[in-house]
Ligand binder design. Structure first.
Ligand code: FES
Ligand SMILES: [Fe+2]
Length: 394
C-alpha cells in the first residue's frame, strides 16, 4: 500500500484544477468560494479522488444494528466493489468481497438475494462453491463440489476481506489495510456526540437513492450547510429549524459541527438533546456532525438521521439515509404513526434536496464562467471541505 502511495502523481489534465484548489483552500473564509466546475465534472478528478480519498479514508457505510445478530449480513457496493458485511458467532463484523473465487459471480446477486438477511455460510448461486463466515475463517472456502479431479489450493482460497470498525454505532469501512484506526481522526468529535448516546440508538428506517445524477461533492456540500433551508426547504424545515439561526463551529480537519435551535422549543419532543445556551440549559435543536468525505449526522431531540453518500462515477452517486431513535422508543405506544411521519418527512426533504443537487450539477455541466459568488458564513463547512480536499489531493 505504502509503495503505491508515494509513487502516484496527479494526472497532467488536473494541473489547473488542482492549482485552483490550492489557491482557494488558502483563502480566508471571507474570500472563500466554490471550486471550478471541472472539479465536479472531470473523470480525471474523480479518479484522483478515488485513489487519494476513497481508497484510503474510513467510510461510514451502515449502522451496526443493520447486521444485528450472528449470521446477519448486509450487502453493499463501495466504489464498484461488491461487498458483504457479516457478523460472526462472536459478534465481530467482517467486510468481505462478494466476488466468487471460481468465476467471479456475485455471491449475493440483487436479482435473487435480499439486501439484508441471515446466513450460516455464503454459497455461490452459480456452481455452489461455499465460504465460511465464522471468526478468523471468515471468507475461507468451505467446499467446492466436483473439484476432486483438478489440482486446486483449497486452503489458500478465500474471499478478500477489508477493514471494518464500529464507531458510535456506525459501521466504518476502509479499503486500505494500512489505515490508522477509525476513531483516531475523530477524537475531538466524540465529546460533542457523547451526551446523546448515539452508539445505542436503534435504526428504524433506511432508504437508498441510487444513481443520483450529481458529483458526490455536490451532495456532500448540500448536506453540510443549513443556509439552503430558506430556499430549498422554505415550506418544510425552515419554519421549524431556521437556517439563518445556525451556529457553525470553528472546526478544521476531517469533521465539523453546527447547531440550529428549534424556532419553537415546545415542538422539540420529550428529549433534551441540544446545546447549552448562555443560561446553561440545553436548548432543543438540531446538531449536525459531518465527517468528510461522505457522511453527515443530524441529531434532533428524539430522533437522528444519518446520510451517507458514495460516488459511483464522476457525476453520479448513491445516497442512503438512515433514521435512528433512542432505545425503547420503538416500543412506546404510537410509535408506528411516529415512524410513518418520519419516513414521509425524510422522503419529502430528500426530494427537495435532490432538486438542488441535480440543479447544481446541471449548472456545473454547462461549464459556467468562473464565479464571483462567495460563501456565506453559514457555508463555513464548505470552505473547510476545500481545505480537507487540498490536503488529500495535492
Ligand atoms: S462462480 Fe461461484 S461457484 Fe462458480
Ligand atoms: Fe437540505
Amino acid at each position: 500500500m505504502t509503495r503505491h502511495r508515494t509513487a502516484s502523481r496527479a494526472p497532467e489534465a488536473l494541473r489547473e484544477t488542482l492549482a485552483e484548489l490550492r489557491r482557494l483552500a488558502a483563502l480566508p473564509l471571507e474570500h472563500g468560494r466554490t471550486l471550478p466546475s471541472g472539479a465536479y465534472t472531470s473523470p480525471e478528478m474523480y479518479g484522483w479522488e478515488v485513489e487519494r480519498i476513497f481508497r484510503r479514508e474510513w467510510l461510514c457505510v451502515a449502522r451496526a444494528d443493520e447486521i444485528p445478530r450472528p449470521g446477519s449480513y448486509l450487502r453493499l457496493d463501495v466504489l464498484g466493489a461488491p461487498l458483504v458485511i457479516t457478523r460472526d458467532e462472536e459478534g465481530e463484523l467482517h467486510a468481505l468481497s462478494r466476488v466468487c473465487r471460481h468465476r467471479f459471480m456475485d455471491l449475493l446477486p440483487p436479482e435473487t438475494a435480499p439486501e439484508q438477511g441471515s446466513l450460516k455460510r455464503l454459497t455461490c448461486p452459480y456452481h455452489t462453491w461455499t465460504y465460511r463466515l465464522n471468526g478468523r475463517y471468515a471468507g475461507q472456502l468451505a467446499g467446492a463440489p466436483l473439484m476432486q479431479r483438478v489440482e486446486f489450493d483449497r486452503a489458500g482460497c478465500r474471499l478478500p476481506a477489508y477493514r471494518v470498525e464500529v464507531w458510535n454505532g456506525f459501521v466504518m469501512l476502509n479499503l486500505d489495510p494500512g489505515a490508522a484506526p477509525a476513531a483516531a481522526g475523530l477524537r475531538g468529535l466524540e465529546p460533542r456526540l457523547s451526551g446523546h448516546g448515539i452508539a445505542d440508538w436503534v435504526t428504524v428506517h433506511t432508504q437508498t437513492w441510487e444513481g443520483v445524477p450529481a458529483n458526490w461533492k455536490v451532495a456532500v456540500e448540500n448536506g453540510s450547510e443549513n443556509y439552503h433551508h430558506m430556499g430549498t426547504h422554505a415550506a418544510t424545515l425552515d419554519p421549524v429549524l431556521p437556517g439563518r439561526d445556525t451556529e457553525v463551529d470553528n472546526c478544521d480537519g476531517r469533521w465539523f459541527t453546527m447547531f440550529t435551535p428549534l424556532s419553537d422549543p415546545g415542538r422539540g419532543g420529550a428529549g433534551t438533546a441540544g446545546r447549552e445556551g448562555s443560561g446553561r440549559e440545553p436548548r432543543p435543536g438540531m446538531l449536525i456532525a459531518g465527517i468528510f468525505p461522505q457522511f453527515v449526522l443530524a441529531v434532533l431531540p428524539d430522533s437522528a438521521v444519518g446520510i451517507r453518500w458514495l460516488p459511483t462515477g464522476p457525476s453520479t452517486h448513491d445516497t442512503r439515509i438512515t433514521a435512528m431513535v433512542p432505545p425503547g422508543v420503538p416500543d412506546a405506544p404510537g410509535f408506528a404513526e411516529q415512524l410513518a411521519g418520519m419516513r414521509d418527512q425524510i422522503a419529502r426533504i430528500q426530494e427537495e434536496d435532490l432538486v438542488a443537487v441535480r440543479g447544481v450539477q446541471r449548472g456545473l455541466t454547462s461549464r459556467p464562467e468562473p464565479s464571483d459568488g462567495r460563501f456565506s458564513h453559514l457555508e463555513r463547512p464548505l470552505w473547510q471541505f476545500q481545505r480537507y480536499l487540498a490536503e488529500r489531493l495535492l
